[in-house]
Design a protein around this ligand. Structure first.
Ligand code: URA
Length: 246
């Protein structure tokens, strides 16, 4: 069963915007099921096509990934950023104002290397954020990931908004390790959002099993992985393509 793949109208307002929606569940189950948002937006589709094309050289590939990151972070922030209600004086009067709560910065976590390229512009959209880098290396034979860099804080507050950027959610192995680490440091899955460019059912299955409540924002859900764990059709090795190391 792939519960995220059916069309869903319970998330308010999503029927029109989320063409390939995903997720969920009856209200009783709500927090217990992974929510995957794949907005059906022409700009997302355009930049995805640019990123996918093997003809796009590294500067173009990076620009496309940065655009995708920006659009997906915009979507992810929608119902999630802590805000304060206030008022501002305009030259002509007083207006009610909603402002992002600067005392509660979003904890942004790019997974190196490729996560960096999605955040080039995205982090500038968040009025208050902190960035914590993590790095994982994949063993090309076992496909297992191991950590080589961890700049996470010792403790998260339970209501910290955490945004993870990793362009390719393939097997989900790296993401499971990171999520376990975050929860071990006090983070709550309900406030964690993942932005990725392309994801695949194996990753969604394991995330749904181990971390229901987490939300995923993606440009596309592709159908499968190849024997090397790459997403097909995907876009290849995102880190190599971004940094010209193929
Ligand atoms: N990582 C990548 O860069 N590409 C994939 O297809 C899978 C994992």
């Amino acid at each position: 069963a792939q519960p995220w793949l059916h069309h869903h109208s319970r998330v308010r307002g999503c029927r029109r915007r989320y063409g390939r929606v995903c997720a969920t569940a009856e209200p009783a189950q709500k927090a217990k099921q992974l929510l995957v948002y794949a907005p059906n937006h022409p700009l997302l589709r355009h930049w995805l096509a640019v990123a996918r094309s093997k003809m796009s050289p590294p500067p173009i590939f990076r620009a496309a990934c940065a655009e995708l990151g920006r659009l997906l972070v915009y979507e992810a922030a929608y119902d999630w950023l802590p805000v304060l209600e206030s008022q501002v004086e305009t030259p002509c009067g007083v207006a009610d104002a909603t402002v992002v709560d600067g005392s509660r910065p979003v904890k942004v976590i790019p997974i190196l290397r490729a996560g960096l390229i999605m955040l080039e512009q995205a982090a500038t959209m968040l009025p208050a954020s902190q960035t914590f880098h993590v790095g994982y290396e994949r063993n090309e034979e076992t496909l297992q990931a191991s950590s080589y860099l961890n700049k996470l804080p010792a403790k998260f507050a339970e209501d910290d908004r955490i945004l993870i950027a990793d362009p390719m959610l393939a097997t989900g192995g790296t993401m499971l390790q990171l999520l376990a680490d975050l929860v071990g440091r006090g983070a709550s899955p309900t406030y964690i959002k993942i932005v990725c460019i392309v994801c695949a059912p194996p990753a969604l299955q394991v995330l749904n099993r181990d971390f229901p409540g987490v939300r995923v924002y993606t440009a596309m859900i592709d159908s499968e992985l190849n024997e090397k764990g790459y997403i097909v059709p995907g876009l290849g090795d995102a880190g190599d393509r971004a940094f010209g190391t193929e």
